[in-house]
Structures are given as structure tokens and as C-alpha cells.
Design a protein around this ligand. Structure first.
Ligand SMILES: *Cc1c(COP(=O)(O)O)cnc(C)c1O
Length: 363
């Protein structure tokens, strides 16, 4: 019997819908507000001229500087190809394909399910409550066989923090059973909310971080896993031998220097100011039903006739992220906070949209 290439592939890969990244979704825009990137590039120069050599697996300077920044010891830090790789390394180290499960709480970040499907690990969904907080009773009822619980705080795409008391309750509930992974991709916008300081109390806590958002380095592909040394040691067994290219480590170390951190903090202030201005303007738009509070560099907004709004702005080169298909998010679009001028483009485009009777009915 002769098998096609498709038939030779693993069943779970054949069934897989790849992550619909902003880049894959495309669009012909000049105002990109769909991937929660920082709107402007930062300048770096390469200082390492050693591309004939393999890089360090865990570049020492990057690890030391991140540990300092996070208030941890170097043996509690692992660096990898973006937080996305961290999500997957944890599954590869802790989940037996076909046996163990991971659990997460939609509406949330899309890569938890995509990684689980790629690896062949079952995932369990416990939808967040209406206020987007954890449904702890339901999680407890469905914990059997679960090795990893992913929670995203602040949550993408809703922008809210998970209640710290609930995270503690979850950590007590899972002690000796499973790991709790707090995805803190946006924590620089609300640093006081980090749970990284809890690592001493919980051997099964893991925190994911990235340089892609507040550090303005999405193109660098550099992220971090923060955990106690025994977890880090296991992840080091499954990570690629050279996860960070030499130029990546070079730039990451600069981004984590004192001046790099100061620049990141200036980004955060700018984005927060633009966010407040955008919130105020959106709340005055006739197209907007609700702007949800956000601790991040994006806003989740419920629109009247959201498909019409999405398409109209798309046609004008303003690319937002449609969240309609996420549970509980009908009518919602996510808008990354851009420059002041980009935020104004959104407001002006909304103000110029024609309102007709049939549109009002659609809404
Ligand atoms: C952007 C994002 C990531 C991925 O970060 P990378 O470091 O670019 O891979 C992970 N988690 C959440 C919640 C994100 O929004």
C-alpha cells in the first residue's frame, strides 16, 4: 500500500489548525494594531562578531540580567525563543502524549491549545466566569489527569488581571498534582501584579515572560521561563541545544541593561497615556458598546456591527484583531495601542463611518 505525504503525517498534525497569527492573517495595512506589538522600532548595534561559533545555550549575561530584573536567582531563569516556546517546552517536559492533559480558561491566548494539539496532549477547557475570573470550583472538579494549568494574567485578549487570591487558591489546590503557569507576557504594564515573587512558596509555580511586548522586540524572538531550579533543570533537558542565536542574545542583553530597562519603562508610560486617550475617545463613539478596562497595551472593545467596523477599518489600512469567535466575546475587537497618530486614525475612521438604518438593525 502506498501512502500519500498527507497520510504519512501524524493524525494530530493532519487535524491541526495552525495558530492564526496576525502575520498569517495578513491584511494590507499601514496601521497595524492587531498583534500587541510596540508601534516603533528601537535601535541596537551588534557587539558580538563571533558568528563562526555556536552560541551559548543559556547566554550568561542575558540570564543574569533577567534574574536581576525579575528579582530572582539565575538558576530560576531559562531563556528561549519567545514565551511561545516556553509554553511548548513545559508540555514536552511534563505531559505524556495521549495520557496527561493541560487546562486553560477561555477566552484566552490561542497558543495553549495549538501547542497541545501539535504535541498530542489533550486539553481541557474551563471557561472563565462572566467577569473573566477563574471558575475555581469547575477547575477543581476537572483537575484529574491535568499536569499543567495555563493562566494568562493580564489576560489576552480581555486585558484584565486574574485575582491574586484566586491564583493562590489554585496553587493550593494543585500542590503536588500539577504545575500552574502564569503567562505574564504583558506584566511590564502592571509590574505590581507579578506572581514571580511567589516562587519561594510554590515549587509548582511557573511564570512566562517575553521581550516581545513592552520591550518592543517581537521580531527578536526572546522569552523567559521563571521557575524553581528543579523545573528549569527539566526544561533544559528538552530545549534545543542553541535556542538563541548570537545576535539575539547580544540584543537581549542590551535590552536588559539599565538603559534598556529605562527605555522599556518609557514605552510603558507612553502606551498608558495613549491608552487612556483612546479609551476616552472610544467611549464617545456611537459604534462602541463597551470598552473594557485594560492593564495592558491593548483594549478589548465591544462594537455595534463589529464585522462592518472591522471590515471598514481593514479597507482603510487599519488592521485590528477580530475576537468574535472567542467564547463570550461576540461583537468584540481587540485594538493594540499604537502611536498617538495611529490611535487618532482609529477614532477618525470610526467617526467617518456611515450610519444607516439597516446597519442599526444589524447591530
Ligand atoms: C504575545 C504573547 C505571547 C508570546 O510571546 P512571544 O515571546 O512573542 O512568543 C505569549 N503569551 C501571551 C499571552 C501573549 O500575548
Amino acid at each position: 500500500m502506498s501512502l500519500s505525504i498527507e497520510q504519512l503525517a501524524r493524525a494530530n498534525v493532519r487535524a491541526l489548525t495552525p495558530y492564526q497569527s496576525a502575520r498569517r492573517l495578513g491584511g494590507n495595512g499601514d496601521v497595524w494594531l492587531n498583534a500587541n506589538e510596540y508601534p516603533l522600532p528601537v535601535d541596537f548595534e551588534l557587539t558580538q562578531q563571533t558568528l563562526n561559533r555556536y552560541p551559548e545555550c543559556q547566554p550568561k549575561l542575558v540570564i543574569e540580567r533577567y534574574a536581576d530584573y525579575a528579582g530572582l536567582q539565575p538558576d530560576q531563569v531559562l531563556t528561549c525563543r519567545g514565551a511561545d516556546e516556553g509554553i511548548e517546552l513545559l508540555m514536552r517536559a511534563f505531559c505524556e502524549p495521549g495520557e496527561d492533559a493541560v487546562l486553560f480558561c477561555p477566552p484566552t491566548y490561542g497558543m495553549y491549545s495549538v501547542s497541545a494539539e501539535t504535541i498530542g496532549v489533550a486539553y481541557r477547557i474551563v471557561q472563565a466566569r462572566e467577569d473573566w475570573q477563574l471558575n475555581l470550583a469547575e477547575i477543581e472538579a476537572r483537575l484529574d489527569g491535568v499536569k499543567l494549568l495555563y493562566l494568562c494574567s493580564p489576560n489576552n485578549p480581555t486585558g484584565n488581571l486574574v485575582n491574586p487570591a484566586d491564583i493562590r487558591a489554585l496553587l493550593e489546590m494543585t500542590r503536588g498534582k500539577a504545575l500552574v503557569i502564569a503567562d505574564e507576557a504583558y506584566i511590564e504594564f502592571c509590574p505590581q501584579a507579578s506572581v514571580a515573587g511567589w516562587l519561594g512558596e510554590y515549587p509548582h509555580l511557573v511564570v512566562l515572560r517575553t521581550l516581545s511586548k513592552a520591550f518592543a522586540l517581537a521580531g527578536l524572538r526572546c522569552g523567559f521561563v521563571l521557575a524553581n531550579a528543579p523545573v528549569i533543570e527539566l526544561l533544559l533537558k528538552v530545549i534545543a541545544p542553541y535556542p538563541l542565536a548570537t545576535p539575539v542574545a547580544d540584543i537581549a542583553a542590551q535590552a536588559l541593561s539599565e538603559s534598556g530597562l529605562a527605555e522599556m519603562r518609557r514605552h510603558v508610560e507612553t502606551i498608558k497615556q495613549n491608552r487612556e486617550q483612546l479609551v476616552t475617545a472610544l467611549r464617545q463613539s456611537r459604534w462602541v458598546e463597551a470598552v473594557f478596562d485594560s492593564e495592558t497595551n491593548y483594549l478589548l472593545v465591544r462594537f455595534r456591527a463589529s464585522s462592518f467596523v472591522f471590515k471598514s477599518l481593514w479597507d482603510q489600512g487599519i488592521i485590528l484583531r477580530d475576537q468574535n469567535k472567542q467564547p463570550g466575546l461576540a461583537g468584540c475587537l481587540r485594538i493594540s495601542i499604537g502611536t498617538r497618530a495611529e490611535c487618532n486614525r482609529v477614532i477618525d475612521a470610526l467617526a467617518a463611518l456611515p450610519v444607516s438604518d439597516d446597519l442599526r438593525e444589524q447591530a
